[in-house]
Design a protein around this ligand. Structure first.
Ligand SMILES: CCCCCCCCCCC/C=C/C(=O)SCCNC(=O)CCNC(=O)[C@H](O)C(C)(C)COP(=O)(O)OP(=O)(O)OC[C@H]1O[C@@H](n2cnc3c(N)ncnc32)[C@H](O)[C@@H]1OP(=O)(O)O
Ligand SMILES: NC(=O)C1=CN([C@@H]2O[C@H](COP(=O)(O)OP(=O)(O)OC[C@H]3O[C@@H](n4cnc5c(N)ncnc54)[C@H](OP(=O)(O)O)[C@@H]3O)[C@@H](O)[C@H]2O)C=CC1
Length: 336
């Protein structure tokens, strides 16, 4: 991993940061850049082996003259006692907590109608409650009396999040939580902001979407004149075994987002970390309660979610305008 930064080296000397989910993907890029800037970073997530491996790898990037350091602490942000222990251990180790980056999180894709309550709760507990618990514990234990800066990683959920409704709801809630805390905690000198990434490619993020391969078939439906998949007895493509063959294609979902991204390419973790460092840094000293979209304009543009053609919508109220349109369509049809 290349640890580069546009910021002045030593900018975060003697500062201490907790980065949840700091061992993989976006979190790993944030950790690498903070280390490059001299920060003492604690990375926290559930899988101890992955945490240790990342800490080992990232520590190689620290030059001997640097004030930076990295520590791996296991923590499931859904567990209140574990979050409390993460904060207490960081304070025992470093004596202060200047920054918190709530990056740990995620979800699975599923139509809302198929979600089990357990799955819904898992995603809400992780992304909303986990973020709240981390904020509350650093506030109580340190930032209330000493100030600090918090960045919450949310998502591109501005037009809802069809296919991942649970995470859309949780991230929208975190955006609102960010605003509430910006006001409640202003008098402690705490700034809190969110970053909403677009579609960001990393190996670990991709592995989470393996199960989406078979959906490639479903996604073809709007392009088929019959508006349904063909069956094997009709000599066409769809069968259980064909679907099984496409399990590998789940990760392609990331690539399929490209036409919906004005940049016409995916984003990368190293394109999120500078925005996080900016919001933590003194350069953002007058910014709080804000959300920075880092999505190359994706949220203003297209969606991967296809609505099949249908005639299920309730009819509009009859009147002169509906009548006029009907007449116009009749005339056009006649001309064609
Ligand atoms: C066609 C349009 C679809 C849109 C797809 C677009 C794809 C591009 C998206 C790009 C934007 C966002 C990207 C990212 O966020 S990348 C980050 C990815 N990383 C992660 O998500 C990692 C963290 N995630 C998790 O740990 C899990 O997903 C989870 C949050 C669910 C927590 O897992 P936990 O280990 O605690 O829980 P379990 O695995 O035991 O599951 C609990 C219950 O949750 C339900 N569940 C879980 N997985 C699935 C699944 N794949 N499908 C359906 N349901 C699932 C289930 O009810 C589990 O309980 P049971 O198994 O007992 O029923
Ligand atoms: N990649 C993308 O396109 C986008 C990503 N995001 C969000 O950005 C963040 C980072 O994602 P990304 O790097 O792409 O994907 P990753 O899957 O690499 O990162 C998710 C990280 O969160 C950690 N994590 C998950 N659940 C918990 C938990 N309960 N307690 C502690 N840590 C947890 C994981 O570690 P472990 O499993 O070991 O606990 C992992 O390190 C996530 O919140 C993601 O949803 C938002 C928008 C787009």
């Amino acid at each position: 991993m290349a640890a580069r930064s546009v910021f002045r080296s030593g900018l975060f000397n003697d500062r201490v940061a907790i980065v949840t989910g700091g061992a993989t993907g976006i979190g790993k890029a944030i950790t690498a850049e903070l280390l490059h800037l001299g920060c003492r970073v604690v990375i926290a997530s559930r899988k101890a082996e992955r945490l240790e491996a990342a800490a080992g790898e990232l520590s190689q990037l620290i030059s001997p003259s640097s004030a930076a350091s990295i520590t791996a602490l296991q923590c499931n942000i859904r567990q209140e006692d574990q979050v409390r222990e993460l904060v207490a251990s960081t304070l025992r180790l470093h004596g202060r907590i200047d920054y918190l980056v709530n990056n740990g999180g995620g979800q699975f894709s599923s139509p809302a109608a198929n979600m089990k309550l357990k799955g819904w709760n898992a995603v809400i507990d992780t992304n909303l409650t986990g973020t709240f618990l981390c904020c509350r514990e650093v506030y109580r234990a340190w930032m209330k009396d000493h100030g600090g800066a918090i960045v919450n990683i949310i998502a591109d959920m501005w037009r809802g999040f069809p296919g991942m409704a649970h995470t859309g709801a949780a991230r929208a809630a975190v955006e609102n939580l960010t605003k509430s805390l910006a006001i409640e905690w202003a008098s402690s000198g705490i700034r809190i902001n969110s970053i909403a990434p677009g579609t960001i490619f990393s190996k670990t993020a991709m592995e989470n979407y393996k199960e989406l391969g078979p959906m490639i078939f479903q996604m073809a439906v709007p392009c088929i004149p019959a508006k349904r998949l063909g069956l094997p007895e009709e000599g066409t493509i769809f069968s259980k075994t064909a679907m099984e063959n496409y399990k590998e294609l789940g990760p392609m979902i990331f690539q399929m987002a490209v036409p919906c991204i004005p940049a016409k390419r995916l984003g990368f973790p190293e394109e999120i970390s500078p925005a996080v460092c900016f919001l933590l840094s003194p350069a953002a000293s007058f910014i709080s309660g804000a959300t920075l979209k880092v999505d190359a304009g994706q949220s203003l543009y297209d969606s991967v979610w296809e609505i099949p053609d249908h005639s299920s919508w309730p009819a509009p109220p009859e009147g002169e305008n509906v009548g006029a349109l009907r007449e116009l369509m009749k005339k056009l049809k006649h001309k064609l």
